[in-house]
Ligand binder design. Structure first.
Ligand code: ZN
Length: 469
């Protein structure tokens, strides 16, 4: 039985998907306005392990992760750089995809972009207004937080306390300072979409309520994200969905811990100068990936290059055993002894650790024990058997944790993302923006696509995995 910690009830809960055998997951993705950093990698790697474990346990998993490809930060950054908003978002989305692929993270089944879901978002807002849960004011639309008696439960805050001591600038037309925007009217020259309230763009929170419903239906099993998203983002999202559905959309809220550097929290606004690209110049992808899994996903992770080096040394014990056993034939019989018991019982123990709230730290401890047991078996003259069992055990564990240097990443992009990179490249070529068009070509070829320039635009072919280059 799988147990998962639910951030809403603050308790472990048995994992029971609402459609038996299927699991639906939505996690909040990135705002693509700058390079990816270590804070982006942790939730991505954690969810990759959760997906792989659930798959191993026989579930069919549908995983949706959005891109917030329009918001104030992207608009500001595009202005600074003098580039179209859409170009900037497309480039950073592709970079994010490419880096996560290096880290062995499977692409989502759906990676919806806000700008491609404006229609469903507007309809969602209209329904909230009809239900009396939201109101329009001077081209903006706000959600009435006081309409939800449970508002504040997810984050454990009281409405009054949230506003105390904070100087809230009251926008004209807002009924209550805690109300948040569902729709924002466009400033001069800003990207805008038509709506019943005038041209504008969605607020941040509404996209996830609308897109999770579009891709997963009214109810889904797990909602993920970093702990820094609990307030205000997930609190607001929960209020919207409860108002729309008159029910809960999410069965389990699952949040990964933050990355700290010394005592300082690393967040979107405080990158501490470390991009994932720079880290991957220093450390092999499997070391970086598994360093992020070396503590339980809900614990904070102290980020320090020295700790990654220590981790890398520990990991090399697994690599060395793998090099020794990778060609070993399957074991045919089993000897007596503690070491043999450990090797035979490994898979059950390993999977049980992950059943217990995806405890990767314990799963790694069990792998290291198994490595020691294999060495004992080899030292005691049972090399053939110990190697055969160890080979199988390492393959089982690597399939979920991804600790061996050869990573299972496929390079393949989500179809919608691939199409947007291709059309952005066509646009860049039409505008004779060769630098941008070349940057997108590199991203495509690095992701394993062959790029052909035809008369009708960019065509891409997936190179076979067996091609030599
Ligand atoms: Zn979200």
């Amino acid at each position: 039985m799988i147990q998962v910690y639910d951030s809403l009830t603050r308790q472990m809960a048995p994992f029971k998907p609402h459609i038996p055998g299927h699991v639906s997951i939505y996690t909040c993705g990135v705002t693509p306005y700058d390079h990816s950093h270590i804070g982006h990698a942790r939730p991505a790697v954690v969810w990759d392990v959760i997906r792989r474990h659930l798959r191993r346990r026989g579930y069919v998993v549908t995983f949706v992760q959005n891109f917030t490809d329009i918001d104030d930060k992207i608009i500001r950054r595009a202005e600074e750089l003098g580039r179209p908003v859409d170009d900037l978002a497309t480039e950073y989305m592709a970079e994010y995809h490419q880096i996560l692929d290096h880290l062995g993270v499977m692409p989502p089944d759906y990676a919806p972009r806000v700008t491609e879901n404006i229609g469903p978002i507007v309809e969602y807002i209209e329904a909230l207004i009809q239900k009396g849960k939201a109101y329009a004011a001077r081209g903006d639309v706000y959600f009435r937080v006081k309409s939800d008696p449970e508002y504040g439960r997810l984050s454990g805050r009281k409405l009054e306390d949230m506003l105390e001591g904070v100087r809230v600038e009251v926008e004209p037309g807002k009924e209550y300072p805690g109300d948040f925007a569902l729709w924002k009217s466009a400033g001069a020259g800003e990207p805008a979409w038509p709506s019943p309230w005038g041209p504008g763009r969605p607020g941040w929170h509404i996209e996830c309520s609308a897109m999770s419903m579009r891709y997963l239906g009214a109810h889904f099993d797990m909602h993920g994200g970093g702990m820094d998203l609990i307030f205000p983002h997930h609190e607001n999202e929960r209020a919207q969905s409860r108002a729309y559905l008159e029910d809960e959309a999410v069965t389990l809220w699952v949040h990964s811990g933050l990355i700290t550097r010394g005592d300082v929290k690393m967040s979107k606004s405080l990158k501490n100068g470390v991009t994932l690209g720079e880290l991957l110049d220093q450390f092999p992808p499997h070391v970086l990936r598994t360093y992020l899994l070396s503590v339980h996903y809900r614990s904070p992770l102290d980020f320090d290059e020295r700790y990654i080096q220590d981790w890398s040394r520990a990991l090399s014990r697994i690599d060395r055993l793998w090099q020794d056993v990778r060609e070993a034939p399957p074991a045919r019989d089993v000897a007596d002894g503690d070491w043999a018991e450990t090797l035979v019982g490994f898979e059950e123990q390993f999977l049980a650790a992950l059943d217990d709230d995806f405890n990767t730290a314990r799963a790694f401890a069990i792998v290291f024990d198994m490595v020691n047991a294999a060495h004992r078996g080899i030292d005691q003259g049972n090399g053939e058997m110990a190697r055969g069992l160890a080979r199988r055990n390492l393959a089982v564990a690597d399939d979920i944790l991804g600790f061996l240097p050869e990573q299972p990443g496929t390079g393949a992009m989500d179809e919608a993302l691939l199409q947007s990179v291709v059309s952005a490249r066509d646009g860049a070529r039409r505008e004779r923006n060769w630098a941008f068009s070349d940057a997108l070509r590199t991203i495509l070829t690095d992701a394993g696509y062959e790029v052909l320039d035809g008369a009708d635009g960019t065509r891409v072919h997936r190179r076979s995995l067996h091609d030599t280059n």
